[in-house]
Structure formats: structure tokens, C-alpha cells
Design a binder for this molecule. Structure first.
Ligand code: A2P
Length: 341
């Protein structure tokens, strides 16, 4: 395999796909060629990349011939159908959907947390759920020091996590409300403007949502520790970009807030913003467009012996999706793993 792979971006016209292209460009990923793929709806449209215009092609079973790496963000059913087709053509897939994350043969990777999981890939590598990524980037260094027993998390998730149509829905609802027009909800079951929906993805038999159970199961898989108990409540809020999370952890060994700040200051991909007296703490408005995961409001949970509370914010489209995917791709190149075994 050349160190300059041919890269296909599946879902190139979507919110995450466009950010993937931007990230490939910004990080100067050593691609020999980049091929944007999407549905027939946008085939033929143009996307600019590195000062050139690329033509979007319709995704089909022949799309992966001669392609070394495909990054997918076109929904679970597209990944389910086309990731195996790509692998059969000898192409390595990094998939941003939920389709492959919990498969035993599929590594679920956050480069700052478990890069070694890539070594055993069999063609498909999964990019975790956005809320999980930003949480584990912060929790892993604390787990290494104090062993996390239990996590309680509540999320405040931006609409961009539901795709471009959801961004447009929030925009049009805000405009409609200010011009006394009827509010139309198509992406969400209720009005999202000036509202909070404690409902992300579908409800499951245990009354949790699928998004909440993703946080439970993916956290354990990425951290490589099935003993970590996670309880999640995921909420959609009227924010365009940037997920926020209130996270409470209980550890075996005590970690003081000062120690946690010192540990996290050294952690890759993490930036501590924690000076409440100066009104400094992470906020989604300022995390948007940034690569780092921000953590602040670190304080002791005074109801238990070894507990900490914190507030974690990241750009869900960048670190939560596009950036993490491209970081995985960079690691594949670096480790010479861009081949189907
Ligand atoms: P298209 O623009 O042609 O509909 P988002 O998450 O922002 O909604 O974006 C979803 C992305 O996935 C878009 O690029 C969309 O392409 C693409 N997509 C959705 N369904 C398919 C499909 N069946 N085949 C190929 N691409 C798809």
C-alpha cells in the first residue's frame, strides 16, 4: 500500500462528511486522490477541496475499486450495506455510524484512548458515538490513576448531531417563531427551538434510549473495562454545534479536584478550562470549530468518598465525528495498517 492512499468520503454532502473533507484538507492528509460519494440526490454536485472542485459521485457497488480507505458518514443502513462491499474490494473502512461499533471483530477507537485496538482490525474500524468520544477522552486518564467504578452522565447535545436537516430545522423554527409563523417539526418529534428533548434515537425495552445505551456499552469497549458502570440521560438542546456533558464519577482510589486538573492538563486532546471565579468554564459556543475536548467545573462530589463532578464540552462534528475519524485514518497510515488482512 502506498503511503498516499486513495480516499473515498461516503456521505460527503452531509454535515459530518463535509467536515471530514475540511479536516483532510486542514491536516494535509496524504491522500493521492479524494472521491466524494453520496446518494443519487446529490450526484453531480460540486464540492471544493484544496482549491479544486470535486464532483460528487453516486455511491454504488463499484465505488471502491482502486480505493484504499473509505470514511463513512451516511447513516447506519448505508454502512451496513456498503462497508462489507468496500472491504471486499480491499479497502479499509472507518465508519462513523452505529452499524458496526459493537461487533467483536471491529475495533472501536479513540486515538487518545485505545490506539492499540487498531492493530487487530479486519477491514472495518468504528468511530464511536459523539457523546462517548468526548467523555472517554477525559475519563481515561482519570481511570488510569484512580480506576473509575461508576459514571453518571447527562448530556446537552447539539442539533448538528442529527445531521444537516436538523440544523436547518432549528434555524427555520427560530425564524418562524420570531415572525409569528407556524413551527414545523420534521426531524424531531417536538419543537426543538427554545426546548429540550430528553429523547435521542429510539427508546428501548429498558426505557433508556439507544443513544444512552451507546454511552454505556461503547465506554466499556473503548476503555477495555466491562466493570465500569455507566448511567446516562441524553438530551437534545437547541444548540447548533457542541455537545456538553455533566459527568459524575466514582473512583476506587481518591482523586482530588487538584489532582484531576493536573492529570487532565497533561492529557492528549484535552484542555482544562476551570477558573470559576473568573467565569472560565467550557461552553459549546466556544468549543465549536475546535479540536480539543474541554473540561471544567471540576469539583468534589461531597455525597460519596471518592467522587468527582465535571463539565465536558466538545465540537460533536469535529472531535465527536470527523476529526476522530481522520485521526484514526492518520494512525492507520502511520502504523502501516491500511490493508485488509
Ligand atoms: P445526500 O446529500 O445525497 O442525501 P446528514 O447526516 O447531514 O444528513 O448527511 C447524510 C449524508 O449521507 C449525505 O451526504 C447523504 O447524501 C448521504 N446519504 C444518505 N443516504 C445515502 C445513501 N443511501 N447512499 C449514499 N449516501 C447517502
Amino acid at each position: 500500500m502506498s503511503t498516499h492512499p486513495v480516499v473515498a468520503v461516503v456521505g460527503a454532502t452531509g454535515a459530518v462528511g463535509r467536515e471530514m473533507l475540511k479536516t483532510l484538507e486542514q491536516r494535509n492528509f496524504p491522500a493521492r486522490e479524494v472521491i466524494p460519494l453520496a446518494s443519487s440526490r446529490s450526484a453531480g454536485s460540486r464540492i471544493s477541496f484544496k482549491g479544486r472542485e470535486l464532483t460528487v459521485q453516486e455511491l454504488g457497488s463499484e465505488s471502491f475499486k482502486g480505493v484504499d480507505l473509505a470514511v463513512f458518514s451516511a447513516g447506519g443502513s448505508t454502512s451496513e450495506k456498503f462497508a462489507p462491499v468496500a472491504v471486499k474490494s480491499g479497502c479499509v473502512v472507518v465508519d462513523n455510524s452505529n452499524a458496526w461499533r459493537m461487533h467483536d471483530q471491529v475495533p472501536l477507537v479513540v486515538p487518545e484512548v485505545n490506539p492499540e485496538a487498531l492493530d487487530s482490525h479486519t477491514g472495518i474500524i468504528a468511530n464511536p458515538n459523539c457523546s462517548t468520544i468526548q467523555m472517554v477522552v477525559v475519563l481515561k486518564p482519570l481511570h488510569d490513576v484512580g480506576t473509575i467504578k461508576r459514571v453518571i452522565v447527562s448530556t446537552y447535545q447539539a442539533v448538528s448531531g442529527s445531521g444537516q436537516k436538523a440544523v436547518e430545522e432549528l434555524e427555520s423554527q427560530v425564524k418562524a417563531l420570531f415572525s409569528m409563523q407556524e413551527v414545523v417539526s420534521q426531524v424531531y418529534p417536538h419543537q426543538i427551538a427554545f426546548n429540550c428533548l430528553p429523547h435521542i434515537d429510539v427508546f428501548l425495552e429498558n426505557d433508556y434510549t439507544k443513544e444512552e445505551m451507546k454511552m454505556v456499552n461503547e465506554t466499556r469497549k473503548i476503555m477495555g473495562d466491562d466493570n465500569i458502570r455507566v448511567s446516562a440521560t441524553t438530551v437534545r438542546v437547541p444548540v447548533f454545534f457542541g455537545h456538553s456533558e455533566s459527568v459524575n464519577i466514582e473512583t476506587e482510589k481518591k482523586i482530588t479536584p487538584q489532582q484531576a486538573r493536573a492529570i487532565l492538563t497533561q492529557a492528549p486532546g484535552v484542555k482544562v478550562l476551570d477558573n470559576p471565579s473568573e467565569k472560565i468554564y467550557p461552553m459549546p459556543l466556544f468549543a465549536a470549530g475546535q479540536d480539543d475536548t474541554f473540561v471544567g467545573r471540576i469539583r468534589e462530589d461531597e455525597t460519596i468518598d471518592n467522587g468527582l463532578n465535571m463539565w465536558i464540552v466538545a465540537d460533536n462534528i469535529r472531535k465527536g465525528a470527523a476529526l476522530n475519524t481522520i485521526q484514526i485514518a492518520e494512525l492507520l497510515v502511520e502504523k502501516n495498517l491500511l490493508r485488509v488482512p
